[in-house]
Design a protein around this ligand. Sequence first.
Ligand code: ZN
Length: 510
Amino acid sequence: MKTTTTLDRTTDQTLADLKARLAAVSDLYAVEGLLGWDQQTIMPPKGAAVRAEQLATVARLAHERFVDDEIGQWLEDLRPYEESLPADADDASLIRVARRDYEKIRRVPGELLAELVRAASQGFGVWVEAKDASDFERFRPSLERMLDLKRQYIACFEPAACAYDVLLDDYEPGMTTAEVRAVFGPLREALKPLVARVGERPDAVDDACFYGHFPAEEQRRFMLALLPKLGYDPEGMRLDTAPHPFASGIAPSDVRLTTRFDESYLATALFGTIHECGHGLYEAGIDPALGRGPLGNAVSLALHESQSRLWENVVGRGQAFWHFAFPLLREHFPTRFGSVAEETVFRAANRMRPSLIRVEADELTYPMHIILRFEIEQDLIDGRLAVADLPAAWNDKMRDYLGVEPPDDAHGVLQDVHWADGLIGYFPTYLLGSIIAVQVWERVRVEMPDVEEQFARGEFLSLRDWLREHLHRHGRKFTAKETIELVAGGPLDSAPFVRYITEKVETLYR
Ligand code: ZN
């Protein structure tokens, strides 16, 4: 369908004003991201005090520039123009997405937002101490305060079917608690017997080959030899180290990856860097024509995570990948891998075992860690679970879902920073990412039947290009739900993940 619209001067000018303002806000967010990247990578320690002030100032400026009444007026004036365009026209998408963001942020009083930031910053300090002392009671008042603020935040919005919907929406726009439950519930039941099966044979797969001495510099050289095959662009990306690795897209043409080198355990950097590269490829693939502004970002955290997990797990732990990567690994670490077989490395990459710590969990047991948190968060928000009873509830679910017993709070309820940071509603996006990754993979294998033969030859760019075409380039033009349909070819569905992980368990734990 072709629609022609003649803009009168006023509409034209309004649109230009809106775009200029949104671009300026987006620039401020990019500067905030860059300051944050610097803080976690190369900033000298003494820079920390002043950096906190600088970050707060830039964040405040971005917020003020965006919540301005003028933007509301422009969005209102542009309504007829928006309605005259097809929904997927760039301008219509820009106006629609900007309006959603604007209306959402305007509902929350500035004082409450500031209080949430303060509570997160104080909560983080308390959480570090409580975790070091493995003492949940020390953290309890901070978490109670955070939950109280989150309930105030929820009250700023129209009542939803579940209070938790409001929190989820911050990370996975438009997704409801009921939709996530409908996917996670059956998944949990399908995984239970597999987890039990693997738990009965803890030594069936050996990952000893990843332990040894691996100098950080050699690990870095290895990663920089490997990543360009996956689409890492040295002219538009950087790789640095950070204590808690992340990827940050300053712009599609400027993507910062970070990693961590553990000199006695190779798997940390190996899979962690591929993971962050997957995030980075998404950021780099966003169509630059969407410009600086709300459309030029990834659509949701689950879709972002689907990319990191597709590359890390589905590709990077696959047999075809290792057929290509094993000789490269041997070349860089001849002493460790000189007498190790390719099959041994493939098996080691897929070792599964119920364990206590989420970030160390494998593909099979990881979902249980998330489902546990998702259920507990809802119980806390709805008041069905008192914070004082949280450690016991945590330990019960760990026994039930994973068959393991946390020896203390540090290895249990205090292990993650998220709740201290105010990131409640965030955890489900990790598992949604795993689920979507495998949905996408099933579709890729149908459309590119020789994709694994390509991997075995060290050719990964046709996968990168396919993902760019079906997902990356769209930015936030479509809703998260529409985008899942575009890239996965159907709605959210955990059946492909269950098929995939069952096959892996059967291969490795036969
Ligand atoms: Zn990730």
